[in-house]
Ligand binder design. Structure first.
Ligand SMILES: NC(=O)c1ccc[n+]([C@@H]2O[C@H](COP(=O)([O-])OP(=O)(O)OC[C@H]3O[C@@H](n4cnc5c(N)ncnc54)[C@H](OP(=O)(O)O)[C@@H]3O)[C@@H](O)[C@H]2O)c1
Length: 384
């Protein structure tokens, strides 16, 4: 296993981390299969994986309550006495915080669930611009200071799916040790993206990547045009291997978390990780991947550059973000995950279905996009 520094902390994390949001189950998402999940963890740890990521709601049936992932990990590490071999990462459910005492209450509950007295990397989960002001008022940064100084957490970070402008503001707002961003070869220009990755790394932050395979979309159900490009290369690799190699080529990425739920997936990704050195892709390989990206991007249906000139919308719609989901759905064969994100990220009032067709946005759009028509398409596709 190869290891990289987690930013300017002195910790060396495995370049492949175990994402525990998609562990094997006994049918229902909230019922982890303890035998299979333990086998996966045994093997991952034996092969040198030392970064294990979970969060309060993972493997729960709602985001409002603790899921089975933390509980399972707590039991696994206690029974096997292997907690010292890993960096354990979990996240504070920021959307559930209502009063000042909640932060301590959740952290203490998580420590109990995980059967430990210290969490190595504690992240604010899915921080969004629309809730950040309230979190600051609640004293979230002071809470992090105190939890760090009393030893309940060692390093602090955040995960975010929000836009680059807010991402930078967030990076600048505290002495974070690391962050977690969605990054894969199709998502370099959405959310934090390439610019955010560089920005965080320039501040000395470690960067953990989530959704490296776009939740599995870059590994399975590959469009025929893309598969033809992969097949044309003299060296044959599986799509997941290409996607992971692309990420490990980037030196600013500390660890790539994949949600592997079978032994085959784990073995394959471990094998790929053996060559995961920075700047390891050849010129020809880079060109090939550019071709693949071009095909995927060619399937996009809106030419939005996310300049934001169309904003603010008098009806409150988040126009650039709504349009970006239309693109994401168009390039993927299966858009279930995109629909989930649309509902998760946008408030009711920000969704495309609220368009009153005033047309102000179209007067301001730098790309002459027929925004009203596209918003109707978004609303039709996602049901609001
Ligand atoms: N903080 C946040 O907001 C947030 C959000 C998302 C994720 N995360 C963290 O990041 C981790 C990684 O994200 P992710 O689970 O979306 O990762 P991912 O690697 O993009 O997707 C995982 C899925 O990819 C498929 N897969 C993995 N390896 C494969 C292989 N070699 N061949 C074929 N398919 C393969 C599996 O799909 P199938 O199940 O279909 O087989 C698996 O469920 C999560 O587990 C979680 O810890 C955090």
């Amino acid at each position: 296993m190869l290891y990289r520094s987690m930013g300017k902390t002195s910790e060396k994390v495995s370049i492949l981390g175990m994402g525990c949001m998609r562990l094997p189950t006994l049918g229902s998402y909230d019922l982890i299969d303890p035998e299979k999940a333990s086998q996966l963890l045994d093997y991952a740890l034996d092969q040198g994986i030392n970064y294990v990521d979970t969060a309060y709601p993972y493997h729960g049936l709602s985001n409002a309550e603790g899921g089975a992932s933390e509980l399972f990990l707590g039991e696994y590490f206690a029974e096997n006495d292997r907690l010292d071999e890993v960096y354990l990462s979990t996240k504070l459910p920021t959307w559930l915080l209502e009063d000042e005492g909640d932060m301590d209450r959740y952290l203490d509950e998580q420590l109990k669930r995980l059967q430990t007295d210290q969490i190595d990397f504690y992240l604010l989960h899915s921080v969004k611009e629309k809730g950040w002001f309230n979190l600051e008022i609640l004293g979230i940064l002071e809470f992090l200071d105190s939890a760090r100084s009393d030893g309940r957490i060692k390093y602090v970070g955040f995960s975010s799916h929000d836009e680059i402008s807010f991402f930078k503001e967030l990076v600048d707002s505290y002495q974070w040790d690391m962050c977690m961003i969605q990054y894969n070869y199709l998502d370099e220009n959405i959310q934090a993206g390439k610019e955010g990755l560089q920005y965080a790394a320039d501040q000395g932050m470690g960067v953990a990547v989530m959704e490296p395979l776009k939740g599995g979309v870059l590994a399975e159900h590959i469009p025929a045009e893309v598969q033809e490009i992969w097949d044309s290369f003299p060296v044959q690799r599986k799509p997941a291997e290409w996607a992971l190699r692309y990420l490990w080529d980037i030196p600013e990425i500390s660890t790539v978390l994949s949600g592997m739920n079978t032994m085959d997936q784990l073995e394959e990704n471990l094998l790929t990780a053996e060559d995961g050195l920075p700047h390891s892709l050849t010129g020809e390989e880079r060109e090939l991947m550019e071709e693949v990206k071009e095909v995927y991007h060619g399937k996009m249906v809106v030419d939005c550059s996310r300049c934001g000139y169309c904003m603010p919308c008098p009806s409150g719609i988040n126009i650039p973000q709504s349009l970006s989901y239309l693109n994401q759905a168009a390039i993927l064969e299966d858009d279930t995950e995109v629909k989930n994100q649309y509902y998760f990220m946008l408030k009711d009032t920000e969704r495309a279905g609220n368009c009153l067709e005033c047309g102000l946005c179209e007067e301001l759009c730098s790309q002459n996009i027929p925004i009203r028509e596209k918003l109707k398409e978004v609303a039709r596709k996602f049901g609001n």
